[in-house]
Design a protein around this ligand. Structure first.
Ligand code: FES
Length: 462
């Protein structure tokens, strides 16, 4: 399902890789992380190749809300409690810097992507949640974050309160990606679409990234797929899971004007923002998240539309789609060295649905690493950290899910289909007619073609 952003995606225009080529850096993944990393590295004079398995910005970056923000739900109290005040402040600074860096790229490269400054809100319609909002306000004030408690927002909702962040932004992510692509081509970056990276093979001095019809030899490899395509080492399948969200664009048939964008703090969570469509503001609503591969209760699109209708009775659906994201166990992205035993291979994943600023932070950290520079935020996102076990409930759930899938396979002999990643039994997604893996979130079409990693091989279905 194409997203609203992708309706006019003009980037489906690159040939697939055919033959063996050489580069300084091979970036795997043509979403915002991969493109921004290629952008910074090409400005440093590196010869960069980007491999995209489908078309540019067709994956998670093409299905996002496009919120460019340092307000990641109610995260700052959690970060302060789990990692300390200084850590929480640095996380904020890294994301604030990313907002500025994205704006700088947009200005310098003259990218028309409907970039708008907005306030960000986390609100609640539940009396039980209000204390959590107030606690977050207290913590953000102590961290010197430009934030405050408000009791009203620009949506027809009865709220108990909200936390507001100033000077955040939103844009159209695919238009931004298109602008980045134009700059990459000017800087000599080679882009290949329909070129799925199958493996990364280590040689003495460099790596060979293989695709079906060719390969890229490079000293540095950046794995900027949503989910890393290498399973061992790295072991990211033990450190995060995938979550599917549902998205609707609606015409509210009102003169929709808001000073900000919104997400609620209770479950089920919904995220809302305006979207420019010519002279009109449409409304984007995203939510009804569930762990990919688990049973979907009810119809998420119906649920979201009912939520919209409560606010805007004359609303009409314009477009709908689903989006998949990687969720890290400690709510912090993994950015930097892919593994301690694999030099010059870098990763950016586990963005927890906050991929716009995270993509820019990743690009900066990885570029600095390749250029041999220190980055002041590197330690916050260190991908080889082991402290993730702090979130014990999630760790136990994940292990249980993985083991359940493998056990089913062993008990029942050879049920089909089983996932080509690590062999878990797949579940049938009736809504989208796909096979989904409950272990680490790979997805396949009903004919068995991989549409979501970490699996790279198709199913064998008769
Ligand atoms: Fe890992 Fe399916 S995604 S076993």
């Amino acid at each position: 399902m194409d997203s609203f952003w992708n309706i006019n995606n003009e980037n489906n225009r690159f040939a697939s890789l055919d033959g063996d080529i050489q580069a300084d850096v091979c970036v795997i993944g043509g979403g915002l992380t991969g493109l921004t990393t290629a952008y910074y590295l090409s400005k440093e004079g590196k010869k960069v190749v980007v491999l995209e398995k489908d078309v540019i910005c067709s994956g998670t970056s093409g299905g996002t809300t496009g919120k460019v923000t340092s307000q990641h739900g109610l995260i700052y109290k959690y970060l302060k409690d789990s990692n300390g005040k200084e850590f929480a402040r640095k996380y904020y600074e890294a994301n604030e810097k990313a907002i500025k860096d994205i704006e700088k790229i947009i200005n310098e490269e003259k990218i028309e992507c409907d970039f708008e400054k907005k306030k960000a809100y986390v609100y609640t319609e539940s009396k039980n949640e209000i204390q959590n909002i107030k606690n977050e306000v207290e913590v953000t004030n102590k961290l010197d974050i430009d934030s405050k408690f408000v009791d009203k927002i620009d949506l027809p909702l009865e709220i108990f309160g909200a936390i507001q962040f100033q000077n955040q932004a939103q844009f159209n992510p695919v238009k931004y990606a298109n602008g980045l692509v134009k700059s990459l081509l000017k800087n000599g970056v080679a882009i290949y679409e329909k070129s799925k990276a199958m493996d990364v093979l280590e040689d003495d001095e460099e790596y060979t990234v293989t695709t079906i019809n060719g390969s890229v030899n490079a000293k540095y490899v950046v794995i900027a797929t949503r989910y890393p395509i290498i399973t061992f080492p790295g072991y990211y399948f033990l450190k995060m899971y995938q979550s599917t969200s549902y998205a609707l664009i609606v015409d509210t048939n009102t003169d929709l004007q808001t000073d900000g964008y919104y997400i609620n703090s209770e479950t089920p969570q919904i995220s809302l923002r305006t979207v420019k469509d010519g002279d009109k503001n449409l409304l984007l609503i995203v939510g009804y998240d569930y762990k990919t591969g688990s049973e979907i209760i009810g119809n998420p699109f119906d649920y979201l539309f009912a939520r919209v209708k409560r606010m805007f009775p004359k609303a009409e659906i314009v477009k709908y789609w689903t989006a998949e994201d990687c969720i890290s166990l400690d709510k912090i992205p993994y950015i930097g060295d892919f593994s301690n035993v694999l030099d010059n291979v870098y990763v950016a994943t586990g963005f927890n649905k906050w991929g716009m600023t995270s993509s820019n932070i990743s690009a900066n950290i990885i570029t600095d690493k390749i250029m041999g520079r220190e980055n002041e935020y590197e330690e916050i996102f260190r991908s080889s950290r082991l402290e993730i076990i702090k979130n014990k409930d999630e760790a136990i759930n994940m292990l249980k899910e993985s083991v359940d899938g493998i056990v089913v396979k062993r008990i029942k002999g050879k049920p089909t289909p089983t996932c080509t990643h690590l062999g878990c039994k797949l579940s049938w997604n009736q809504l989208e007619e796909t096979w989904d893996c409950p272990c680490h979130g790979s997805r396949y079409t009903k004919r068995g073609f991989v549409i979501e990693s970490p699996a790279v091989s198709n199913l064998e279905i008769d």
